[in-house]
Write a protein that binds this ligand. Structure first.
Ligand code: ADP
Length: 171
């Protein structure tokens, strides 16, 4: 059984991530989408919410499972019995950081290999950060994320918009 780990913040999961997951599922027996706690990145969605959004997005793929982790990725991979980590590469701008990360992980555990996968060209511009920014400004993100993620973003930003008025009332 060849298991691969696809780690990330997934804040939130996008169609670019899903494209990578689908490609990985064609090559491996099991793909574990591992949602990192990423507290230092101050994510928009809580870990539980990000996990739920990922789980619903991959529910129709039997080879794909969802999990969360904190701490060192190589330790998590070892616990899961995985020797391969997948990371997505969109453009040259991703390369430097991903290269550093892969070599650092190799230094910590030489039995874990990192493989890079490129998404479909139409998703190479897509990032969770851009999706959040477009959605925050009221733009349409329906082509970038699954419908349930779009709804979650709308709810999240609607709540943010309401907050200043509530604060004003209580002042
Ligand atoms: P992280 O915070 O670990 O970078 P992300 O959720 O932003 O987590 O991304 C997880 C992985 O998916 C990273 O390897 C990132 O380069 C990759 N990725 C993000 N967006 C895309 C995309 N549109 N196409 C392909 N890979 C992507």
């Amino acid at each position: 059984m060849r298991t691969v780990i696809y780690p990330g913040s997934f804040d939130p999961i996008t169609n670019g991530h899903l494209d990578v997951i689908e490609r990985a599922a064609r090559l491996f027996d099991r793909v574990v989408v591992a949602v990192a706690e990423s507290e230092s990145k101050q994510p928009l969605f809580s870990l539980a919410q990000r996990l739920d959004l990922v789980a619903r997005a991959v529910a129709h793929w039997p080879k794909v499972e969802t999990d969360s982790f904190s701490g060192l990725l190589v330790d998590y991979a070892a616990r899961r019995g995985a020797h391969v980590i997948i990371r997505g590469l969109r453009a040259v701008s991703d390369f430097e950081f991903e290269f550093q990360l892969a070599l650092t992980n190799r230094r910590m555990n030489e039995h874990v290999e990192t493989i890079f996968m490129m998404p479909k060209d139409t998703y190479t511009f897509l990032s969770s950060r851009i999706v959040k920014e477009v959605s925050r400004l009221g733009g349409n993100v329906s082509g970038f994320v699954p419908p349930h993620v779009e709804s979650a973003l709308k709810r999240r930003f609607a709540r943010r918009m309401r907050r200043p008025r509530a604060a004003a009332r209580s002042a």
